[in-house]
Design a protein. Structure first.
Length: 388
């Protein structure tokens, strides 16, 4: 999500390349393969290597320099240009899929066929039909499919979820979620729909759609009405690259949706990669990501975190005044990965399940369909049924 991860790593301590970790516990060693060594794959490798009883034994990327760079941070991982070699040559317990969404389905299905569990990066896939195929493959192999919606593991999201579970918000009524940033994520080809499945929604705002659904208990979606635009290159932002990249740019970068769910819950979602938010003083891009979840008794804001209720006619803040706002990105990815590994060991569901990601993907598809048609679209319950 953000390129500023090196700053955040200085807070939690970045593992040193080549550091030898001694195994202290007696849990069986979990052997992991990571496919895709770009922005997110290199972070997965770092996070996995920080865990005890986990070893990254193989990594894969079609780009030789990225592969070599990531391999140099591991103790002895083998490197492959073809992911099928990575799958064939190792008995892997877990495969993490960190390529762009156009590869998620094929790589995940092939990994299940080898008997590995899979943690696949968000969004689930290019569309829901691919997502349903991934869920069928997980069920056929009796393996876990987890998805990389790491924002749930930020301290702010965890605090709000705990309060929601305690019942303080009451019945969920309406959530407004937004993800606005001052620049396009140029480091990867997130701006090519055929690779990413979409832009400001599928690549970025989808995190806050997932959070809103998680807070509301994953109600069943029934309809979406949306509008979307491609504003780049008219608005370029501070870090727009050369025109060659711009020529392949074909995604939504400004979007708004109104979503209706069963039992009367509704939400609005806003995504933008071209917001005129000033950059940070050091020139790095800035963003404004948050949500406002309104329940029958109180309402919660993600960032800065707040839960406001009322007592005897007064509005009161229910979070302690010393609550620190923390939505740092790399530690939340580290927590998601650690919880995924724990879930595999304990035979539990993934912390972010494939079924939940399918609900999100069905909504993403409906939003794009509605924006293209210029009309509300209904969501049929059969779209959530992956068993057929
Ligand atoms: N959870 C998050 O917050 C978060 C943040 C960033 C990216 N992501 C997700 O991670 C995925 C990758 O995004 P990224 O930003 O790391 O992109 P990236 O372009 O930096 O990395 C993708 C890598 O995959 C490699 N690759 C392409 N085809 C391949 C193939 N056939 N076999 C092996 N490797 C191949 C590319 O060479 C590249 O190094 C996307 O699904 C994205 O949405 C998630």
């Amino acid at each position: 999500m953000s390129r500023a991860r090196s700053c955040a790593w200085t807070v939690v301590g970045r593992p040193t390349a080549g550091t030898t970790r001694r195994r202290r516990s007696r849990k069986p060693l979990m052997k992991v393969g990571v496919i895709g060594c770009g922005f997110q794959g290199s972070l997965h490798v770092e996070c996995l290597q920080a865990l005890e009883d986990v070893e990254v034994v193989a990594v894969c990327d079609t780009d030789r320099s990225r592969l070599d760079e990531v391999r140099s941070t591991t103790r002895s991982a083998k490197g492959y240009a073809d992911y099928r070699d990575l799958l064939d040559r190792h008995a892997l317990d877990l495969v993490t899929v960190c390529t762009m969404p156009n590869h998620h389905m094929r790589m995940t299905v092939d990994a299940f066929a080898t008997g590995a569990h899979v943690l696949c990066e968000k969004p689930l896939a290019l569309d829901a039909s691919e997502g349903r195929e991934m869920l069928r493959a997980a069920a056929a192999a009796d393996r876990m499919l987890g998805i990389g919606f790491n924002m749930r593991f930020t301290p702010n999201a965890q605090i709000i979820k705990r309060h929601i579970e305690s019942g303080v918000l009451g019945r969920p009524l309406y959530t407004h979620a937004w993800a606005k940033s001052s620049q396009i994520p140029w480091w990867g080809e997130h701006y090519r729909k055929e690779l990413s499945g979409g832009g400001a929604l599928a690549a970025t705002a989808v995190h806050f759609l997932d959070l809103a659904l998680w807070f509301a208990g994953f109600p069943r979606p029934v309809a979406a009405s949306a509008s979307a635009a491609q504003v780049f290159p008219t608005k370029r932002g501070p870090t727009a690259p050369d025109t060659a990249s711009a020529g392949r740019y074909n995604v939504d970068d400004l979007l708004a949706a109104h979503l209706r769910f069963e039992d009367g819950f509704w939400m609005t979602l806003q995504g933008s990669w071209v917001d005129n938010i000033p950059s940070h003083a050091d020139g790095s891009p800035s963003w404004d990501y948050s949500l406002d979840a309104i329940g029958e008794s109180a309402q919660a804001v993600l960032d800065p975190p707040s839960i406001r209720g009322e007592r005897e006619g007064e509005i009161i803040e229910l979070l302690p005044p010393d609550t620190v706002s923390d939505v740092s990105f790399p530690p939340s990815v580290a927590s998601l990965i650690a919880e995924t590994v724990n879930a595999i060991r304990a035979g539990r569901d993934a912390p972010v399940t494939g079924e939940q990601a399918l609900v999100t993907q069905v909504i993403v598809d409906a939003i794009y369909e509605s924006a293209a048609a210029g009309a509300e679209v209904s969501i049929d319950p059969s779209e959530l049924d992956w068993s057929r």
